[in-house]
Design a binder for this molecule. Structure first.
Ligand SMILES: [Mg+2]
Length: 433
């Protein structure tokens, strides 16, 4: 028995410690009986709009993972992997991943593999009786910083004064965020459409973030004025990051970044490529990054560590922002964080639509990230009833911009099955059985 487990067994009678000691006892019994765990089923339900993955085992342990709420179409993709992982030992996470990782791709097609990876770690943690952060190398922080990309208030318009007024509300949000990310430029079509002829191409529709092109002087000035207005509200009390693209031409992005240099912006995200762009374009990013002192960020759509290689080795960016639910999971995210750190690059994971299981996965891996970690993007449970169907999260979740890392085994959150069942569609009614 490890010192850590012993401490948990002998520790206080708090709820967390009691839950821990029960799990640790079960894990130790399993080890004594030589019990190999086997995957017996892979299920997927769409709860709200989030695909939820459940991996069922023959030892009474289930692991959960989640994909973004923007992907309610994902169920067949998750189930596609089922036959590859049945009968495998889920605690040998990497061996299972070797069977399926090759069959994924850039966002949105890496998300099924990612959700499965997270569910495997949930099982591995429960089977060992330890929180997942222990399996990620152990925590180096007891609380993790989050940034606000999700909590928003209705806009009154899309001129600089509207953004300033809105930012004032976000600054006062009860979560006390120390860093807020705001959509600007091509990432914010309403900002771009608020003035005539902001850029030389025409507005596009279809899959998200289709606008792209050469900015007019008027367009560029409008975006800069909106940023200046927001920054004036925040001062140096709360950081401001900008989700800006994709869609900027290189020289426009350089002009934009240089204009913002006196403002100490936290980062400009995805100016050139990003979101659903299925390639990272490291050479262009390198040109942008060396042309300005504003930190340049990208990476939320990228699948697997290999696809970060150029961005990181060429020091083409200053901050990487993979999403654990798209990049291939939390171990993948940890690996990229370490590799980025070797190259002087910071880490700020994307997460806005990752849901509450995703939130738990973020907390576990963020606790174990190296010191290049800035903050992850705080996801909400949407709709609101998600907070009633998941147990184990702190209350309140965010305090002064941070989340305390919890110590329950696995991801440390579970479904309140009775409440959650009521939210299942007819098609998914056996999900928890
Ligand atoms: Mg983004």
């Amino acid at each position: 028995m490890s010192n850590w487990t012993r401490r948990a067994l002998l520790g206080s009678l708090s709820g967390a410690a009691a839950a821990m000691s029960l799990a640790a006892q079960q894990a130790s019994e399993r080890r004594r009986s030589g019990g190999k765990i086997k995957i017996t089923d892979l299920r997927c339900a769409i709860i709200g709009r989030n695909p939820v993955v459940r991996i069922v085992t023959d030892q009474g342990i289930s692991g959960y993972g989640q994909a973004e709420s923007t992907k309610p179409y994902l169920k067949p993709m998750v189930l596609f992997y089922k036959n590859y992982i049945l009968d495998e030992d889920p605690t040998d996470v990497e061996r299972v991943m070797l069977k399926i990782r090759r069959l994924g791709a850039s966002k949105p097609w890496g998300s099924a593999v990612s959700a499965i990876e997270i569910a495997l770690w949930d099982i591995a943690g429960q089977a060992a009786g330890v929180p997942v952060y222990k399996l990620m190398g152990g925590k180096i922080r007891d609380r993790v910083r989050v940034y606000n990309g999700a909590i928003r208030f209705p806009m009154t318009g899309h001129m600089p004064s509207d953004y300033a007024e809105n930012m004032a509300k976000m600054k006062e949000a009860k979560e006390g965020f120390t860093l807020i990310k705001q959509a600007v430029g091509f990432h914010n079509p309403r900002m771009m459409r608020a003035i005539p002829d902001a850029w030389y191409d025409e507005p596009r529709s279809g899959a998200p973030h289709a606008d792209r092109g050469f900015m007019t002087e008027r367009g560029l000035k409008h975006v800069i004025a909106c940023v200046e207005a927001m920054k004036k509200v925040l001062g140096d009390e709360v950081g401001l990051a900008l989700d800006a693209g994709p869609g900027w031409m290189l020289k426009d992005a350089i002009k934009f970044a240089r204009a913002l240099e006196p403002l100490n912006i936290a980062w400009i995200e995805d100016a050139l490529t990003g979101d659903y762009t299925p390639y990272p374009n490291a050479d262009l990013y390198r040109d942008l990054t060396v042309s300005t002192s504003v930190p340049i960020h990208t990476g939320e759509q990228i699948y697997l560590r290999q696809n970060f290689k150029d961005l990181i080795q060429k020091q083409a960016i200053d901050v990487v922002g993979p999403d654990p639910e798209d990049v291939g999971g939390i171990a993948e995210l940890k690996w990229i964080a370490e590799y980025a750190d070797l190259h002087g690059i910071s880490m700020a994971p994307h997460g806005i639509f990752d849901g509450l299981i995703g939130l738990a996965a973020h907390v576990q891996v963020a606790a174990a990230m190296p010191q290049n970690y800035i903050a992850f993007e705080y996801p909400l449970g949407q709709p609101d009833w998600w907070y009633q169907i998941v147990d184990g999260l702190p209350d309140p979740i965010v305090k002064q911009g941070f989340i305390d890392v919890w110590d329950k085994p696995g991801l440390g959150v579970t479904f309140n099955v009775q409440a959650a069942k009521a939210r299942l569609s007819e098609e998914d009614r056996n999900f928890f059985d």
